[in-house]
Structures are given as structure tokens and as C-alpha cells.
Design a protein around this ligand. Structure first.
Ligand SMILES: [Zn+2]
Length: 401
């Protein structure tokens, strides 16, 4: 199998997506290195990593200086860059295969600011006060996955995605995965020492449960690669068709030339000649006729296959360009969080509203809020626009305003 690592990390990625990916790389690297017993000393974007003697790893024993993301390089040539495509990161991904480091962290109301939902953050309506009342302690698992999108023949794209899921309700919590990535320095002192409380079989079930979510998240990339692969396959099929067309023309020319030589021999046979010569010509004609039969059989076969669109060849080409998406869990973090209700005090000119919604620490608002006039869901694309006569979305404003 040809494995060419494409420079697909940068494929149409926004700055935000790159930042998230870099955070995921750093999070995984830290979690993994800690789990195998390495020590990490951070100085901003430079990490001094010590791999102690006897560590079960392919990494050489000793010290590494990792330079994170776009941190400026120094003259120190011993520094290893750390980003999605760096060889150090690729090495630890390989090194970690089959092991899934586990960590845990708790995010309570005191450790994070209350997150304002998108549809409110981009709104002109002011938030004059927020208050979170936690009611329950909940547990979520945040998995970091790598997704390998590959075809047998060419591309190999590797993406990192993190997904959070509530252990009890199995609800996916996108806000929590983001919060965890944003926390650049997790209180990971406990990472390797605390065994996970969740049973392996339960964790595995949750991994299966969120797998489709991870794939859906990278659907646009999968579609791009799929299109590229289809185009490549189409081009190959077309090239094959043209080659066969050329072959057909060659065969038809051969038929014409064989036929005319046979005709010539027929004329010679009819002419008076010696017995020996006669036998010689008959033999020659027999040879040419069987050659002609062979060529005609090949034409017939080619014509049939062309008629059906060369199905075997097409299948072979399409198979070679078909896409496989492999989702591999790389690390797991148990997150204790609090769920309850948040109260937002809203102000819009002289209008006032108090809005109470489900909320989780680190998770954000957990329930959808709808326009009280047209019933559309409020979202980043359709933010809250005013409080005149209740919550009003951007799309229906002006209808009777
Ligand atoms: Zn509306």
C-alpha cells in the first residue's frame, strides 16, 4: 500500500479550526507523554520533556524541547516542532497506538465563567446579569479521536477531533469538548495516577455511540476527498476507454490487412501453378485465416466489454479510489461537571426579560431557545434581535415592528 501523507492538515481550514487542531495536538501530546511516565515542564510554548530510562516507548531516553505551534524558532537545533504534521507528533501517534491514556478533570461553576450562548453573544440585546445554579453532579467523557481518511491508492488525511458525551444521558456536549481544548494547561497532575471510574465496556459503548458524530463533523473534508477521488477514478476510466478505442482501431486495421492478404492468396490459388507451390499457398492461407479468427474474437470481446462499459475495469478502478474512514480513539478524559440552570437577565432599551435555561459548567446552555413570535430556534445564524413583546429572533423582526 502506498502511503503518502498529504499536506491535508491545511486543507481549507479556518484559523479557528487550525487553533482547535493545534490545541488537540498539544492536549494529546501532554496526556500521552504523562501517561507513559514522562515529565513535562512548560515555559509558554516551549515544553521540556524528559523521557526517563525504562519508559515503554519508541522515543529515545533523554530530554526533548518541544516548540508548540507557531512559537518562534530559536537557533537551538535540538528543538522539535510540535504541530499536527510534525514528525514528533506523528511518532507519538504511532507510539501510542493501541493505548488510550486516561485523565480526569473537574469543571465546576467556580472554575469557569458562565458561557453566553452564540445567539446571545452576537445579539444587540444586553446581558445585564447571569447566574448559574448547579443542581446535579454529572460525568462526561471527552474522547480525542484521530480520523484517517484514505484510499488504497493515494490520499491519506489525518484529522484530530474531540467529542464529549454525558455518561448517563449519552447526549453529545460540543461545548464541553471545546472548553477542554481551551484549557491549555489542565490540572493533569492526576492524569496517570487516577484510574478511570468508568468501566471499560461502558467507555467502549460510548465510543461507538459518538463515532458517527465524529465522522459527521468532518463530513465536508470527507466529501472533498471523495470528490477528488471520484474525479481521479473518472479520469482513469476515461483513459482506459480511450486506450481500448485505440486498440479497437488497431485490431480493425489488422483485420483489413489480413483480409486483403487472404484475398491475394485466394487469387494465387486460382491461378495455375505447380503442386508444391499450391500446397505452400494453402498452408499460408490457413495460417492467416486462424490469425484473422483470433483478431476477430478479440474485437468481439472488446466490443462486448465496451458495450457494457468495461465493468470489471471500472470496479477495479473505483475500488482503488474508494474511501475508507478509520476512527481511532486516542485518549479519554473523565470530566466531572455540574448541571443545573442559568438565569440570564436581558435588557433591550426599556424592555427587560429574565430567561432561565438548562446549563452545565463547561458545557454551556444545554437547551434550545425559540423565538416567541415565530417559533424559530435561536442560533448563531439567527440571533436574538429584540425583547419587544417577548424574545424575538432576527428573521422575524420587522414583520410587525
Ligand atoms: Zn422569530
Amino acid at each position: 500500500m502506498v502511503s503518502s501523507k498529504g499536506s491535508t492538515w491545511g486543507r481549507a481550514m479556518t484559523d479557528a479550526a487550525i487553533a482547535v487542531t493545534q490545541s488537540a495536538v498539544e492536549q494529546f501530546t501532554e496526556q500521552y507523554l504523562a501517561s507513559i511516565g514522562c515529565s513535562i515542564e512548560k515555559q509558554g510554548g516551549r515544553w521540556a520533556v524528559t523521557v526517563p530510562e525504562g519508559t515503554e516507548t519508541e522515543l529515545a531516553t533523554g530530554q526533548y524541547i518541544l516548540r508548540c505551534g507557531d512559537e518562534q524558532s530559536t537557533e537551538n537545533e535540538d528543538e522539535e516542532p510540535l504541530h499536527p504534521e510534525s514528525s514528533f507528533f506523528q511518532t507519538i501517534l504511532e507510539d501510542s497506538s493501541g493505548r488510550c491514556p486516561v485523565g480526569n478533570i473537574s469543571i465546576d461553576a467556580g472554575s469557569t465563567d458562565i458561557a453566553i450562548p452564540n445567539w446571545l453573544r452576537t445579539s444587540d440585546v444586553e446581558v445585564s446579569e447571569v447566574d448559574f445554579s448547579p443542581y446535579y453532579d454529572r460525568t462526561a467523557l471527552v474522547f480525542l479521536f484521530t480520523l484517517d481518511i484514505e484510499t488504497v491508492s493515494d490520499y491519506q488525511t489525518e484529522l484530530l477531533r474531540s467529542v464529549a458525551v454525558d455518561v448517563r444521558s449519552e447526549v453529545v456536549l460540543p461545548g464541553l469538548a471545546d472548553t477542554l481544548l481551551e484549557k491549555t494547561s489542565l490540572e493533569r497532575g492526576t492524569t496517570e495516577s487516577d484510574a478511570p471510574r468508568i468501566e471499560t465496556s461502558r467507555a467502549e459503548k460510548l465510543i461507538d455511540h459518538v463515532r458517527p458524530t465524529v465522522v459527521e463533523e468532518v463530513r465536508p473534508t470527507i466529501n472533498d476527498i471523495h470528490q477528488e477521488a471520484s474525479r481521479a477514478a473518472d479520469a482513469e476510466v476515461e483513459e482506459y476507454r480511450q486506450m481500448q478505442q485505440q486498440r479497437m482501431e488497431e485490431l480493425e486495421e489488422t483485420v483489413a490487412s489480413l483480409s486483403s492478404r487472404i484475398d491475394e492468396l485466394n487469387r494465387e490459388i486460382n491461378q495455375e501453378s505447380g503442386r508444391e507451390e499450391h500446397v505452400e499457398v494453402l498452408k499460408k492461407r490457413k495460417g492467416l485465416k486462424s490469425e484473422l479468427d483470433e483478431v476477430e474474437a478479440e474485437i468481439e470481446d472488446l466490443r462486448n466489454r465496451r458495450e457494457q462499459g468495461f465493468p470489471d475495469k471500472q470496479r477495479e478502478i473505483r475500488d482503488r479510489h474508494s474511501i475508507e474512514v478509520v476512527v481511532t480513539p486516542r485518549s479519554m478524559t473523565e470530566v466531572d461537571y455540574e448541571s443545573g440552570e442559568a438565569e440570564f437577565e436581558l435588557a433591550d432599551g426599556s424592555w427587560r426579560e429574565s430567561l432561565t435555561v438548562g446549563y452545565g459548567s463547561g458545557v454551556g446552555v444545554t437547551e434550545d431557545v425559540y423565538c416567541e413570535n415565530c417559533n424559530q430556534r435561536l442560533s448563531e445564524q439567527n440571533p436574538l434581535r429584540s425583547l419587544s413583546g417577548g424574545l424575538r429572533c432576527s428573521e422575524c423582526r420587522g414583520a410587525d415592528n
